[in-house]
Design a binder for this molecule. Structure first.
Ligand SMILES: [Zn+2]
Length: 148
């Protein structure tokens, strides 16, 4: 029996002898993460799967009208996070079109601050680069007015 470290929860687990490349433990949460990872990978690499998933999502939405509206009502924080991530995606897309796909490498913090209206005080999400992690919601307040 070999031990492994779960790539989702970082706990050690005993690998099944039948699955030598097992990288997730048996906890339900981790099995769900495993499935989600598999699906993300599949969507990226299999256009047919992607098309069929899109179709099946459309059908499901058609038979569950109002689901996303009520979801956003029940989860305002997630809705806000999604809005913010979409804004980032739109911005990235727009600037990719403008200067040919190398936006992230070119942009530095001061540049991005200078052409957006950045309010110092307020609530912000810290969005991790790793897509799996949840955003962290923080309050940002001014502690010194020297820098404005
Ligand atoms: Zn785990």
């Amino acid at each position: 029996m070999k031990e492994g470290i779960c790539i989702n929860c970082s706990r050690s687990f005993i690998k099944s002898p039948r699955h030598k490349n097992q990288s997730y433990c048996k906890r339900e949460k981790c099995q769900r993460a495993k499935k989600a990872d598999w699906q993300r990978q599949k969507l990226r690499t299999d256009p047919e799967y992607k098309a069929s998933q899109k179709l099946s999502n459309r059908k499901w939405i058609g038979s569950n009208p109002g689901y996303w509206k009520s979801y956003r009502g029940r989860n305002p924080e997630k809705a806000e996070r999604n809005r913010m991530l979409q804004r980032l995606r739109n911005k990235k897309k727009a600037s990719c079109k403008a200067d040919g796909m190398d936006t992230i490498a070119k942009m530095d913090a001061s540049e991005s601050l200078s052409h957006t209206t950045f309010k110092v005080m307020g609530q912000y999400f810290l969005v991790p680069v790793i897509a799996k992690m949840d955003a962290l919601k923080v309050n940002i307040v001014v502690i010194s007015t020297g820098y404005q």
